[in-house]
Design a protein around this ligand. Structure first.
Ligand code: SF4
Ligand code: SF4
Ligand code: SF4
Length: 299
């Protein structure tokens, strides 16, 4: 018969984590709201911010330092935004990442490879959306994965003419509240956006600029608008009170209602994300060797 040893809280580690993070994990009542709103948990079920908060609460620092999903996080901070008790799970993740580096559990070389992979993975997400606009993406071969990962997306350049009067009415009406015309292109939104890595792939400031220029048709037909995680960081950082995340959400709604994507597109995309995200996590596991899903074959 297996012996069972209950976890013992480590109060010293717990105090040390809270002193370094001010994440407020004492206030967590384990409601699971953060789990339900985490974009990574939604698509792949592999990252539970509540679990990380709980481990911090009982001072299990050693477990946190060897948790593979610490690197699955997309750094969007949505978990903290939606927590009813103002707990900040991401601050614990950021602290654990820092400690892993500081204690030589992961090397800086591995972290740099991870950062490159993270940026290139946004290309894979873009291509997955593009595929779903035309049909299904149910499997992904090695060859396809590496081709998408290693080939930058290039949007055809053309001279842009101000076409303001062509903004469709629903967006024009919504735009009144979302304030895109107040944008003075300071780029704060893009700097805050966790998935802004390459401008041709996804750039909230460029999207808002295109809305202001009336280039809505180009946006509705572009895979880019579907890369947004809905985390609201762009909105919360904007000094001009432009509601970037809602502008992009309005564009997604308009793409559906105007027929730029068909009615089954969203469910196809959800299935496609269940194909590409596990592959992404397997690559992360291969970089850090912390266990996890495993399965990545080469870099
Ligand atoms: S949303 Fe907040 S209170 Fe609820 S489980 Fe997550 S951290 Fe705890
Ligand atoms: S920062 Fe974003 S991706 Fe990371 S745990 Fe929180 S909600 Fe999930
Ligand atoms: S555009 Fe805004 S809401 Fe979307 S992922 Fe970037 S920061 Fe988050």
């Amino acid at each position: 018969m297996m012996s069972y040893s209950p976890l013992k809280p480590n109060f010293k580690e717990r105090s040390a984590i809270e002193a370094s993070t001010h994440a407020g994990f004492y206030k967590c009542w384990t409601c699971g709201t953060c789990d339900g709103g985490c974009p990574v948990n939604i698509v792949a079920g592999t990252l539970r911010p509540q679990k990380i908060v709980r481990l911090a609460y009982i001072g299990m620092l050693d477990e946190l330092l060897h948790l593979p999903e610490i690197w699955y996080c997309m750094t969007c901070r949505r978990c903290g935004l939606i927590c009813p008790n103002l707990v900040k799970p991401f601050d614990i993740i950021a602290y654990v990442r820092h400690e892993m580096i500081h204690r030589d559990i992961v090397t800086m070389d591995a972290v740099h490879r991870y950062q490159t992979l993270f940026a290139k993975f946004q290309r894979v997400r873009w291509h997955a959306v593009d595929c779903c606009m035309k049909g299904d993406l149910t499997t992904l071969s090695d060859a396809q994965w590496y081709e998408w990962l290693n080939t930058p997306v290039r949007v055809a350049s053309k001279v842009i003419k101000n076409n303001g009067i062509a903004i469709p009415r629903p967006l024009r009406e919504a735009a009144g509240k979302l304030n895109p015309s107040a944008c003075f292109t300071c780029n704060e939104c893009s700097s805050a956006c966790p998935v802004f890595c390459e401008r041709d792939l996804f750039d909230p400031q460029a999207i808002i600029r295109m809305v202001n220029l009336g280039l809505v048709e180009e946006l509705l037909l572009s895979p880019s608008i579907w890369l947004c995680l809905g985390c609201e960081r762009c909105t919360n950082t904007c000094s001009q009170l432009v509601r970037g995340h809602q502008v992009i959400k309005s564009l997604q709604n308009l793409a559906i209602s105007e027929g730029a994507v068909d009615t089954f597109f969203v469910s196809r995309l959800e299935k496609a994300e269940k194909v590409i995200f596990p592959r992404f996590f397997a690559e992360i596991d291969a970089i850090f060797h912390l266990g996890g899903q495993g399965g990545a074959t080469r870099h």
